[in-house]
Write a protein that binds this ligand. Structure first.
Ligand SMILES: [Mg+2]
Length: 364
């Protein structure tokens, strides 16, 4: 089965999260950027993948179109590992991590979708089988930087049935306001997106320790500072989570070697797709490190994460990005009900994107 076409499908879907002002790179959260990856084969099977592209959509589209598609077209769609390894090697000179890894992740996910469809099996069956039919989600709140807003949205998420909430806040009074409304029987996670130096993170972490946070995510900059992460965890006694900014299993191995994390957070649209996520899962299992996949996604990356958690990390929750978009690619498949989502059971990823949404929200 040969790959006959690899196409980037860029989308922008407006969204709201209840506040404004939280930026990502030079962009923000007024719309969800997507770089979907459509792969067609000569067997008539089409696969869909997703490359991370929030606030970097055009760069990822260019990497996919100009650097990856020309290598992939004409190749055997069933040799995922071989093609993936060759692309990593041929593109290493352009930067091992970041945009090229995001684009390769999108191709990889699409090829696994094709593999599942060709076998008439859901992706999780190719990964050893689902150990769960439903997954618990955590509500991953965006940054409000406001005491009353954070309390309001924590209460709203709890009322909808979420049993765990993640904050993206860096102000201690705002974090305390959330803890005041999230009861101790619900998990509270804190992600500060690499806000502090090691010394600052230790100081803040010691003050936060009595709050009983389940994890302290990416407390320091730079994210690959494994020694610093370990020092923060040891000093404040809160389990450390990190890894959404690691690409490929090699970067996770370095974090693990440093004793940096208790929770590893591979992100399927960034880490190198299903192929590299599996390697990270195996490495984490060997080292006794828990998996907590990063998945603030609403496309094929979200579906792939559901299959990966169900098969390889059944104790993990699914990260549900707590925002409201103007359209959904899969109807209500990814909308949690009482804090749970179903593991898809159809072939491959289990669903294809809604063609009407692709048409309405396609951008350049
Ligand atoms: Mg994070």
């Amino acid at each position: 089965m040969k790959i006959v076409r690899v196409e980037a499908v860029p989308l922008s879907i407006p969204c709201r999260y209840g506040a404004e002002g939280w930026t990502l790179g030079a962009g923000g959260w007024k719309a969800l950027d997507f770089c979907l990856v459509r792969v067609d084969t000569d067997a008539g099977i089409t696969g869909w993948g997703e490359a991370f592209s929030y606030s970097c959509r055009r760069a990822v589209v260019a990497a996919l179109t100009d650097m990856i598609a020309p290598i992939a077209v004409g190749r055997d769609a069933t040799d995922i590992a071989g093609l993936h390894a060759e692309i990593q090697k041929r593109l290493h000179i352009f930067g091992r991590f970041g945009i090229t890894a995001f684009a390769l992740s999108g191709l990889d996910i699409a090829l696994w979708d094709i593999a599942g469809k060709a076998a008439s099996k859901p992706l999780h069956a190719l990964l050893g089988g689902a150990r769960r039919e439903h997954l618990s989600c955590y509500a991953s709140l965006l940054r409000y930087a406001d005491i009353s807003l954070v309390a309001r949205y924590c209460e709203q998420a709890l009322g909808e049935g979420f049993g765990a909430i993640k904050l993206h806040e860096v102000s201690e009074p705002v974090i305390a306001a959330a803890r005041a409304v999230v009861p101790r029987e619900a998990a509270l996670l804190l992600d500060v997106n690499c806000e502090w130096s090691v010394e600052e993170a230790i100081a803040v972490g010691r003050r936060l320790a009595p709050m009983g946070l389940e994890w302290f995510e990416e407390p320091v900059f730079p994210p690959e500072d494994g020694t610093g992460l370990r020092a923060v965890g040891e000093a404040c006694g809160i389990p450390i989570a990190a890894g959404e900014n690691c690409c490929f299993a090699t970067q996770f191995a370095a974090l693990f070697d440093a004793g940096a994390v208790q929770y590893a957070q591979p992100s399927v649209t960034k880490v190198g797709g299903v192929t590299e996520f599996r390697k990270v899962a195996a490495l984490a299992a060997e080292r006794g490190i828990k998996l907590a996949p990063h998945s603030p996604y609403f496309g094929p990356g979200a579906l792939a994460t559901l299959h990966l958690i169900a098969a390889l990390a059944p104790a993990a929750r699914f990260e549900y990005f707590y925002l409201w978009a103007d359209a959904a690619l899969y109807g209500d498949l990814l909308v949690p009900a009482r804090g749970d989502v179903k593991v898809p059971q159809g072939p491959g990823l289990g669903a294809d994107p809604d063609p009407d949404v692709l048409r309405r929200f396609r951008v350049d």
